[in-house]
Write a protein that binds this ligand. Sequence first.
Ligand code: ADA
Length: 552
Amino acid sequence: MIRTFRQHNIRPQQELTGKLWDFTPLQGNFSGKTFPVHTPSCWESYPGFGLYRGEGRYETQFEGAGNLRIECKGVSHTATIALDGKTIAGHYNAYTAFSAIVKQVEAGTHTLTITADNRFSAKSALHVPNDYMSYGGVSRPVVLENVRDSFIEYVHVTPSHGSGTWRAHIRACVVALEQNAPAVLIINIAGKALSFDADKLSEGKNFFEGDLLFDNIQPWSPEKPILYTVTATLVREGAPFDDLIDRFGFREITVEGKRILLNGSPVKIKGLCRHEDHPQFGCALPFSAIANDLALIRDLGANSVRTSHYPNDEIFLDLCDELGILVWEENHARGLSLEQMQNPFFEKQAHDVTLEMVTQHYNHPSIYIWGILNECASDSAYGKTCYEKLFELIRSLDMSRPLSFASCKFKTDLCFGLPDIVSYNIYPKWYHDTPVEEYLSDLYSWIQNQTEGAGKPFLVTEIGAGGLYGYRSPYATKWSEEFQAKTLQEQLDSVLSFEDCSGVYVWQFCDIRISEEWRGGRPRTMNNKGVVDEYRRPKLCYETVKELFAKY
Ligand code: ADA
């Protein structure tokens, strides 16, 4: 499954995953042996590969001809792509899509080879031993398309509202494989059309911008998530030859003083942080597993999910658009020290994943905020330059959403002049015994009186406690389900009743696997702060969170 809706009526498209591929591990004592494996998947879910760190070669055959566009939605974590033995693309980072074009391919059977590498090394600045797992594999769908001499790469729609009228600002990107290809680009939304006559497309990316105005529009909101379709079509001599269908919603996110507004109404976030992680699927959760997670999240009464700590699968975002679940989507980074941020590969890798995240996920109305660099070195001068560059990059791409980052630098953060919203991960009553109310008030008054974050909206982007599923204790001893429930009760009561707090994300939705190599060490080599365990079995705190989300 590629998306929850059809993206093309004209451009031929087929999913190459969703079947068995040949998998050959290239290191370890498996080398040389080939196994038939399902895709998308992570090799940690294959018998005997639970701890495999190395390269894995995936191979499949397909019938094709002409100009082929091959798109990988996610390969974990470093990929090399070859067609009939010739390298056509490479990509770093498991969580964003990438594509390659091969022109004038002979008709016949062709071999696609994807080599994935999940090893940690000095060349990997974002996938590092960490409190989550960097899996290995072709973890998201692979798509094969046929394109002509030019095709539509994306159509971004930016909705805005003014005096009873909704405006849809269109910015389309058409890629021409050769220069001077003539074409007419037609954009359709809700029965209105915009036409751009390009008599000479230049080779590479060609951009087209324009506006459509609407009077009787149904806005997108969590309560009523109405989606609209934008259809872009390339036409030559009256004949359409390429198209792209996407979805968006008419909604506006603004910041007004200390409030976050959606279509002019204040938003109170009651959310959960969620990793893409599952004991059976690794990070390659199939549609039904993603949908089941969202059913539990809605049952808890949550209205938002934070994609901690990387861009998520488009299928997850499609479902959030349809269900009206607000999403804090963030680039890929977790807890990188100053030294780790000074890795020579860091800046480019952080830039690329951020550019890809915003470009690829731009139209999702559920995404109300872009986050970056979770708990990185925002207490250092160099770290601040990195935050500045990434916020500048996002603002150059998207001025329609507020920006933030989750800090853990208690009273030492230097970066609160940069985001639109100040966000903190706090763990009173878990990592330290300070009463929640006291800790929150102390932190908040420091932000208001001693930082440039004064007067901005404030979010608690993580708060929670560990609880081992099935460990019950009449004394509510630490790590028991009772302790976790009691702690979350105090934490959420304090945060949700804190007047100047725009909301909270519980850390975290489910227990997750962490990398063996991470220094932190945790019981079961898992992060056990889930409201449900890794098999999505509710812990005692499930009802606690549900009651508190309903109360506030
Ligand atoms: C940090 C981090 C999370 C997780 C959490 C914890 O806030 O952002 O990824 O590691 O701590 O469980 O302690």
